[in-house]
Write a protein that binds this ligand. Structure first.
Ligand SMILES: [Fe+2]
Ligand SMILES: [Fe+2]
Length: 278
C-alpha cells in the first residue's frame, strides 16, 4: 500500500485572488441560469465553515508527522484552505446582501458544531476531511478538464474564483489522505465517513439551493428543475460521469494521486489571476 506518494504530489502554492467580489456580479451570475447559480452558491456557502474545519483537522496532527515534505504540504494545505474559507465567506456576505440571510445563521451554527467535533473527535474529523477532499477533487477535475465550457458562462469574477479554487483543490488533494494514512488509518472508518458525508453534503447543498430558489419565487417552477437536471446530469452535466472516480475511494488500495491531475494543473495554472504568496 502506498502511504505517501511524494513523487506524484503537486507543488502547493498559496495564492491570493484579486480583490473582493464587486457589486457588479449579477444575481444569476452563471449564464443567467437560476438553478446553476444557486447550486454553485449553495456549494460555495458551505466552504467557510467546511474548509476551516479541514484546516483544524489536519493541523491537529502536525506534531505526529516527522516527514518534512509532508509537513510542508500540510502548511500549504492550511494556507490554501484558509484563503478559500475567507474568500467564500465574502461570497456568503454577497448572498446575505442579496437577501439570503439564513445562510449566514446556519453557517454560524454548523461552525460551532464543527469546532466541537475537531476538539472531541480529531481522528473522525481527519477522516471526514480526507473524504470530503475526495469530493472536492472530483469537482475540481470537472472544472479543470473543461475550463472554458464550465466557467465561460460565469460572470468573470466568479469564473476567476472557481478556477482558482479548483486548481488548488487539485494541488492539495492528497494531503489530508496522506496525514490520515500516517496517523489514524482505518479502512472501515475511511469508507463509512465518505458514504455518510456524501449523503450529508448533498442534503446540505440541496436544502440551501431550495431555500434560495424559494426566496426567489422559483421553487415550484417546473422549468427550473428541468434545466437543473440538464445542468447536473445531462450531456456534459456537472456531476455526470463522476461515478467511477467517486467509487475508487472505496477500494482498499486507493490513493488520491492514482489519478494524475498534474497535466490539468499545468494547463490551468497560467489562467489563474491571483497573487502567489509562497
Ligand atoms: Fe478549498
Ligand atoms: Fe481542499
Amino acid at each position: 500500500m502506498q502511504t505517501n506518494q511524494d513523487d506524484s504530489a503537486s507543488e502547493i502554492l498559496i495564492r491570493r485572488p484579486k480583490g473582493p467580489l464587486s457589486p457588479d456580479v449579477p444575481r444569476y451570475w452563471y449564464g443567467g441560469d437560476a438553478f446553476a447559480t444557486h447550486f454553485m452558491n449553495a456549494l460555495s456557502s458551505t466552504f467557510p465553515f467546511g474548509e476551516a474545519f479541514f484546516v483544524r483537522a489536519v493541523l491537529h496532527f502536525r506534531d505526529q508527522i516527522d516527514d518534512p515534505r509532508l509537513r510542508e504540504r500540510m502548511r500549504g494545505f492550511a494556507g490554501q484552505e484558509g484563503q478559500h474559507s475567507r474568500v467564500h465567506d465574502e461570497h456568503v456576505q454577497m448572498l446575505v446582501a442579496q437577501g439570503y440571510g439564513a445562510l449566514e445563521t446556519r453557517n454560524r451554527f454548523i461552525d460551532r458544531i464543527a469546532r466541537w467535533q475537531n476538539r472531541r473527535f480529531p481522528r473522525l474529523s481527519l477522516s471526514m476531511t480526507a473524504g470530503l477532499e475526495h469530493l472536492t477533487a472530483l469537482l475540481a477535475r470537472q472544472l479543470l478538464s473543461d475550463p472554458e465550457g464550465r466557467t465561460g458562462p460565469m460572470h468573470p469574477e466568479m469564473a476567476r474564483l472557481w478556477l482558482w479554487h479548483a486548481l488548488e483543490e487539485a494541488e492539495h488533494k492528497a494531503v489530508a489522505f496522506d496525514v490520515l494514512t500516517q496517523v489514524a488509518h482505518s479502512y472501515p472508518l475511511r469508507i463509512i465517513t465518505l458514504a455518510l458525508n456524501t449523503f450529508g453534503l448533498s442534503l446540505e447543498v440541496f436544502e440551501r439551493m431550495v431555500y434560495m430558489l424559494w426566496k426567489d419565487g422559483l421553487l415550484f417552477k417546473a422549468e427550473i428543475w428541468t434545466a437543473g437536471w440538464r445542468f447536473l446530469f445531462g450531456e456534459g452535466g456537472f456531476l455526470r460521469g463522476l461515478g467511477a472516480d467517486y467509487r475508487a475511494w472505496y477500494h482498499r488500495d486507493f490513493h488520491p494521486n492514482d489519478v494524475d491531475d498534474r497535466p490539468l494543473i499545468e494547463l490551468n495554472a497560467p489562467l489563474i489571476e491571483a497573487e502567489i504568496l509562497t
